[in-house]
Design a protein. Structure first.
Length: 415
């Protein structure tokens, strides 16, 4: 009994899931499973549908509601599932009345995502993840990368005003968060729709100035071409801003980047990483990379591997290309599935080698780790470390790595 929320996909979806949980509980839901579906890949949709069927088996009689980007983009597909009671889209999800009376509600409540103009904010009693809490600064996207369907699930780019972001950071710190993660679909677009067009760097500095009790501030995925000078300056001189940038790289080949409708070149990515490293030598980079994008040749794929090396990426998030319905990339000449699979495997192998090199550089160097509980923690640059299981969640401890297992640092720690 009660309200269970199963969130798939990005940090923003997970954050939305906690808002839905609070709204559903406030509305009096007593036996409900909410599947907060992602739509970024075909695999994400498969996992959400699997979750629906599993919930029906485990919680017979419970109302099963599907929401999230998946519901917004594929409402008919989810409504056709016999286990699903309701499909709730972007606008309806944020309304308290949606969750008050389920019997009187429409079975499918999904409108046009691009008609949504405001930014839904977490209810005051929404729970948070501890010790690392996500804070929404932006949602939606005005770009049209040829492989991406997410703008149709999130709508146009919309920024949360600086005062509201600061207030939410203050709230999560008050609830026990040691670290706040600024989150968005296109985070570096923050401010473009606000009066005066403030930059993300302006927001970062405002948070650090107005919430001195915040120990750590972290950024989610960034588009390097939109990073502003103030943000680079904050990276250089604000110790509480964590030295970890996750880049929406996608490819390291210029022709593929053009066909993706990305706005940077391979050389742009390399120069950006060099510039950031000069400003903050302890920075670590992560990168999203797609293997087997339509028309990708072996030479083009090799260019991607070379750029990952040149950028010094530590964390590679490799995705096999997944054609999404009604996107331009779905109509391009496709790479054969076995080749896509093989290239994704090679990307993961490259990522493992790059991570091992990154871990090697930490061995013997003293650092501070934020304990996530259960024997795990993260350094400032997001390196995973093994801590004594008894280390309290939220504690920041001195660590001296003595080695690694290819995935995480092994340390001797003292509080």
């Amino acid at each position: 009994m009660g309200v269970d929320v199963l969130s798939f996909g990005c940090r923003l979806n997970a954050l939305d899931g906690e808002s839905v949980r609070a709204l559903a509980r406030a509305g009096g839901a007593i036996d409900m499973v909410v599947v907060n579906a992602c739509a970024v890949t075909a695999e994400a949709g498969r996992q959400a549908r699997q979750a629906v069927r599993r919930a029906a088996r485990v919680r017979p009689g419970a109302e099963i509601v599907v929401t999230g980007c998946g519901a917004q983009i594929e409402p008919a597909a989810y409504a056709a599932m016999p286990q699903v009671s309701r499909v709730v889209g972007l606008a309806a999800r944020a309304r308290r009345e949606t969750w008050v009376s389920t019997e009187a509600s429409r079975r499918v409540e999904v409108g046009d995502a691009f008609m949504v103009e405001d930014v839904s904010r977490p209810p005051a009693d929404a729970d948070i993840l501890r010790p690392r809490a996500s804070v929404q600064a932006q949602t939606g996207c005005d770009h049209r990368c040829t492989f991406c369907i997410i703008p149709f699930g999130r709508g146009a780019s919309r920024s949360t005003p600086v005062e509201a972001v600061v207030a939410e950071v203050r709230r999560v710190v008050g609830l026990g968060a040691v670290e706040a993660v600024l989150t968005g679909v296109d985070l570096t677009a923050w401010g473009a729709d606000l009066a005066g067009r403030p930059s993300l760097g302006t927001l970062v500095r405002a948070i650090l100035r107005e919430v001195p009790e915040l120990r750590r501030l972290r950024l989610s995925s960034l588009d390097a071409v939109e990073v502003d000078e103030d943000l680079l300056g904050a990276l250089a001189d604000e110790e509480r801003l964590m030295p970890h940038l996750h880049l929406s790289l996608q490819s390291g080949d210029d022709m593929i980047l053009k066909r993706m409708k990305r706005r940077h070149s391979a050389e742009d990515a390399i120069r950006f990483c060099e510039r950031v490293r000069n400003a903050r030598p302890d920075v670590a980079f992560g990168a999203d990379v797609i293997a087997g994008f339509p028309t990708e040749t072996e030479g083009m794929f090799e260019n991607t591997l070379s750029v990952l090396e040149a950028c010094g990426v530590a964390y590679v998030h490799a995705f096999p290309f997944s054609a999404r319905p009604d996107t331009p990339a779905a109509r391009m000449p496709q790479v054969s599935p076995p080749v896509v699979k093989a290239r994704a495997a090679r990307l993961r192998e490259t990522g493992e080698a790059l991570l091992a090199r990154h871990l090697d550089a930490h061995v013997g160097r003293r650092a501070l780790a934020l304990s996530e509980g259960a024997g795990a923690g993260r350094l400032a640059d997001f390196t995973l470390v093994a801590l004594p299981v008894a280390t309290p969640k939220g504690a920041i401890v001195d660590v001296t790595p003595t080695g690694h297992d290819g995935r995480r640092l092994i340390v001797s720690a003292s509080a």
